[in-house]
Design a protein around this ligand. Structure first.
Ligand code: BTN
Length: 268
């Protein structure tokens, strides 16, 4: 597939007609090429065994979703690497928001559910339908040498019947006029991701933190956190800690708990 816009943004862009997982393909590439360039991208629209957060699978019918992985080789920033998943979430939110704006879909609001699910709400959507439907998921993985693979899955043209869960959506369902071409969507997200990384490289740490904070639909809401060990924490998500973890105010006395990994449920 020809991807002229995306090609311009990366050091190397590899299109695969089919792969099990672009994150796995990137791992294999790096294992074979120790000097593989920073910001290499592997992309496909046919991923047969996509991996999700917390050991889950990412289900994507062939030809209807975009899956890509970006290799970040060097630390371009002063923030801990634990911020990269959050930064990736902001980048996807911003890239998709631009496409929705261009399609005049001003009734759709995108937000990032901590750490990095991109959810869409349409104005007028019933409150009891929850905090939104998932249009994109992100899996970041760190390699032994400190490099990070940012893996992004975006639902592009799935119909309602094709959605993997009843809490998912696709760009095409959100706005019939949205441009869902692979090159357009990929380049929109890469532009935002690299802009945030360049801001960090330029020392604009506060700007990046503020961007991630303002893109979050979790902060300021009542949440239930499902921890990997089965523990449940309920309270108000109040801020991001220095390492990007979610700080939840759990008691009327202002006592707080910090969630570094887990699933967040938005309560209201
Ligand atoms: C999640 O929502 O749990 C994260 C889903 C991440 C899916 C993307 S698709 C590209 C990359 N390759 C994978 O195997 N997973 C990520």
């Amino acid at each position: 597939m020809q991807l002229p816009c995306s090609q311009q943004l990366t050091s190397e862009l590899i299109w695969l007609d089919e792969t099990q997982s672009t994150n796995t393909a990137m791992r294999e590439l790096v294992a074979d090429h120790a000097d593989q360039a920073n910001r290499t991208v592997i992309a496909t629209d046919n991923q047969s065994a996509g991996r999700g957060r917390l050991g889950r699978e990412w289900v994507a019918p062939a030809g209807k979703t975009l899956a890509f992985s970006v290799l970040l080789r060097k630390r371009e920033h002063a923030l801990p690497a634990s911020w990269l998943p959050l930064i990736a979430g902001s980048a996807v939110r911003r890239g998709l928001a631009r496409l929705l704006l261009e399609a005049d879909a001003s009734d759709v609001a995108l937000g990032v559910k901590w750490p990095n699910d991109v959810l869409a709400r349409t104005l007028g959507q019933a409150r009891d339908e929850g905090s939104g439907r998932k249009v994109s998921g992100i899996l970041t993985e760190m390699l032994g040498d400190g490099s990070v693979i940012v893996g992004v899955g975006i639902n592009l043209t799935l119909s309602k019947a094709e959605l993997p869960t009843d809490t998912a959506t696709s760009l095409g369902l959100l706005a019939a006029d949205a441009n869902t071409e692979i090159d357009v969507v990929l380049s929109a997200v890469l532009t935002e991701l690299f802009a945030l990384l360049e801001a960090l490289a330029a020392g604009e740490v506060e700007y990046v933190r503020d961007t991630v904070t303002s893109d979050s639909s979790t902060l300021g809401t009542q949440v239930r956190a499902h921890m990997p060990n089965g523990q449940i924490i309920e309270g108000r998500a109040v801020r991001l800690a220095d390492d990007g973890a979610l700080v939840i105010e759990v008691g009327a006395d202002g006592s707080q708990q910090v969630v570094a990994a887990g699933d967040i449920e938005h309560l209201r």
